[in-house]
Ligand binder design. Structure first.
Ligand code: NAP
Length: 254
């Protein structure tokens, strides 16, 4: 389904990362992929994981809060791949204290960091990707229901995800004439490194499973499958959307 497609994946920290589930689906469908990692701490982890895709899988360092690192990724990618069809943005961060206390106490700095890493980065990445997407492309970002409704403890991350979802729509409008589609997957809770930073995450998992129509939580493979749909021509008329993959949790009123 993705034969001859070239993709770039942001956000693999370890094998539990949602980015890894989607990257596996893209790889199995025939795409050739490159990955980024943030900081030397994660390099070995990412190298080991992506090594399973073969020796010709490039990995580049990228802290998305640094413009020069984003530009350097795309310069390297131009050298290694020449062009690009797919981008996965699976990155978010907020200072831990902002995910614990009352939302009203969120500091200016925590608000800035959450929005910079979790929302602005999609814009910076899309702008750098566009010149390489000469055949058109698909950009996929990860979001969560806390963008739309209040989820206790999700706090400033919910506000940053609302910004991310609006960014998806504005980018979809801007990049549509270049045949570049931009969509987000709103995933139900998954036990990952980032999720464990949210206080009460265990309770959140249980609550979702109890209240979702399907009476369970989403499986990583199911996020991979939706990522594959959004990357492939199966979704060729879909852009600017937020697609819920949450066992139906978001439809419930009570
Ligand atoms: P994860 O494995 O911890 O992935 C988060 C990634 O973001 C990590 O690779 C992390 O790298 C990276 N990151 C953070 N700050 C960065 C920066 N400044 N520059 C570059 N990379 C940075 O957790 P995940 O749950 O798979 O999260 C992936 C995406 O899915 C996020 O957007 C998250 O909000 C979204 N999502 C998750 C859930 C869930 O329940 N898990 C539900 C809905 C949506 P470091 O480890 O080095 O910081």
């Amino acid at each position: 389904m993705l034969k001859d497609k070239l993709g770039l994946v942001f956000g693999v920290a370890n094998k539990r990362s949602i980015a890894w589930s989607i990257a596996q689906a893209w790889h199995q469908a025939g795409a050739r992929l490159a990955f980024t990692y943030q900081g030397e701490r994660l390099k070995a982890n990412v190298e080991e994981l992506v090594g399973t895709f073969g020796q010709d899988t490039p990995i580049y360092p990228c802290d998305v809060t640094r413009d020069e690192e984003i530009l350097s990724v795309f310069e390297n990618l131009k050298r290694d791949f020449g062009k690009l069809h797919l981008v996965l943005h699976s990155i978010a961060f907020a200072p831990r204290e902002a995910l614990e206390g009352r939302f009203v106490n969120t500091s200016r700095e925590a608000f800035r960091i959450a929005h910079d890493v979790s929302a602005y980065s999609l814009l910076g990445i899309a702008r750098a990707a566009q010149p390489l997407m000469t055949d058109g492309g698909s950009i996929v970002a990860m979001t969560y229901y806390g963008a739309e409704k209040v989820v206790p403890h999700y706090n400033v991350m919910g506000v940053a995800k609302a910004s991310l979802e609006a960014t998806v729509r504005y980018l979809a409008h801007d990049l549509g004439p270049d045949k570049i589609r931009v969509n987000a997957i709103s995933a139900g809770p998954v036990n990952t490194l980032a999720a464990r930073g949210i206080s009460g995450f265990g309770e959140m998992l249980k609550y979702h499973a109890d209240h979702a129509p399907l009476k369970r939580n989403v499986l990583p493979k199911e996020l991979g499958d939706t990522g594959l749909y959004l990357a492939s021509d199966m979704s060729s008329a879909v852009t600017g959307e937020v697609i819920y993959v949450d066992c139906g949790y978001n439809i419930m009123g009570m």
